[in-house]
Structures are given as C-alpha cells and as structure tokens.
Design a protein around this ligand. Structure first.
Ligand code: ZN
Ligand code: ZN
Length: 258
C-alpha cells in the first residue's frame, strides 16, 4: 500500500486493451497509490460499458462525448449528450476538441462537434475535457467563442506552448499532463509544466496510450500516473506527497467530487 492518493484524470480503462486483466490493473493502481480515475469517452456507444464499470467500482467516474477525430455514423446532439450526462457518476463532457494531426474527421465537422459538446456542458454544468492536437489556434478560438469559462474544463494531455497554456489558464482551464512530459526530448513541455499554477495542475495517463518513462512503448495503465507525478514533482521542486495532494484536490474540485 501507498500513503499517497493520486487521481488519474484521463484514461480509457474500459477499452478492450484491459479486457484480459482489468482487475489486476486496478490492483496495481491501488498499490501505486492511484486511488481514483476518470474513464473518458471517445464515442457514445461506449456509455453502457462505462456505466457498468462505475457500477462495479466506487473509485471510477466517467465522461460522455465523442473524440474529435473519431468517425461516427451519427453525430452527437446536444440533447443526447445532456441525456447521457445525467448519470450521477458522469462528471465531465468529452473528450472533445480539435485534432489536425490526422484528418479522419473534416475540420469543419470537428468544429461543429466541439461546439455541441461545450453547449451541452453549459447546460449540465459539467467541465469539458479538451483534446487539442496540432490545432492550438482553432481550439482556443472555439473555447473563447463558446465562453468555456462558464463551465470550465481541462486541457488534457497538454503538449503545446506556454503561450497556449496561458490562454487556456486565462479562461479558467486546468492543464493536465500525461506521459509525454516525462520523455527525454520534452524539456520545453516540462518548462510549461513548471509554470502552471498549483491549483490548475492535473495528471493523467491517457492509458492505454502514451506510457511514461520508464514504461515508454508498453501498454499504459493508471498505475503509471505515478511516474508522471514523480516527474512533475521534480520539475516543480516539491515532494511527491505535495504534488499528489495538489493534483488530487484539483481533480476533485474540477469534477465536483468531495
Ligand atoms: Zn485525447
Ligand atoms: Zn484520451
């Protein structure tokens, strides 16, 4: 057992990658002091699976939303998002945002989808989980236009500049770092992470993707968020206990948990 309590604010533990050993994954997580996770949606067909996951565990919450670069037959509507988000353990809308790294989904459609999510989030007063990849300007513009400050949100797997971070922070967004902050070449990203205010910092794995050092290349899992926390503690010059305390309190506050 561990004496710290970390919150993995973004992972995909319901994915098939964990079907063979999900219980063991949760056990290893507990051993590493990772006491809570948010299981994030990428398509609405996933919602029953997420509902089943949270019904079986008291330390998992979930979100509803459709990933910006995920091809779907039917676009999500505001009403559908609002209806699904009514579940008592649904604490966020997303992941949504803009992603120009790959063009599976047309940018114009991504933009419409993103706006739909933010509008639904306003109606249900839940934060928005924002995925921003190679699309800083487009993402930040929409956040501004849709008044994200009204419902708040999280820049997940943040990997952009300090200027982009500042713009997001000015809108009241939390900044969440994942495994890529631990990668050797990412000095610049660590410098961004050093500057994020104590009360706006979150940590995540985005498991099964993007395992942190020294697990890089393996399947990621929530237990490894500890490596992200250790890296950020070092960068920010605080103890792991302090970093854990801050980021867990931030996640609880952001997701409206007590
Ligand atoms: Zn993402
Ligand atoms: Zn994700």
């Amino acid at each position: 057992m561990s004496d710290i309590a970390l919150f993995d604010s973004h992972c995909h533990v319901d994915f098939h990658h964990f079907d063979e050993d999900r219980d063991a994954v949760f056990e290893r997580m507990r051993e590493q002091g990772v006491t809570r996770v948010l299981a994030v949606s990428v398509e609405l067909e996933q919602t029953p699976r997420l509902e089943a996951l949270v019904a079986a565990r008291d330390n998992v919450w979930f979100s509803v939303g459709v990933h910006p670069n995920h091809e779907v037959d039917v676009e999500p509507t505001e009403d559908e998002l609002i209806r699904l988000a009514a579940h008592p353990r649904c604490v966020a809308i997303g992941e949504t945002g803009m992603d120009f790294f790959r063009h599976h989904v047309d940018p114009a459609l991504q933009q419409t989808r993103f706006r739909t999510h933010v509008r639904a989030a306003h109606k249900v007063s839940k934060p928005v989980i924002v995925h921003m990849r190679d699309a800083d300007e487009a993402t930040l513009d929409i956040l501004r236009q849709e008044n994200i400050a009204g419902c708040g949100g999280i820049m997940h797997c943040f990997s952009s500049s300090w200027s982009a971070a500042q713009q997001a922070l000015d809108m009241g967004m939390s900044i969440s770092f994942s495994g890529n902050v631990t990668f050797k070449r990412n000095d610049e990203l660590r410098e961004v992470a050093r500057q994020v205010p104590d009360d706006m910092l979150l940590i995540e794995t985005d498991a099964p993707y993007l395992a942190p050092m020294p697990m890089r290349g393996k399947r990621n899992e929530p237990a490894y968020v500890r490596h992200v926390a250790e890296c950020l503690a070092e960068v920010r010059g605080v103890s792991l206990a302090t970093l854990a305390e801050q980021t867990t309190a931030n996640a609880m506050r952001r997701f409206g948990l007590s």
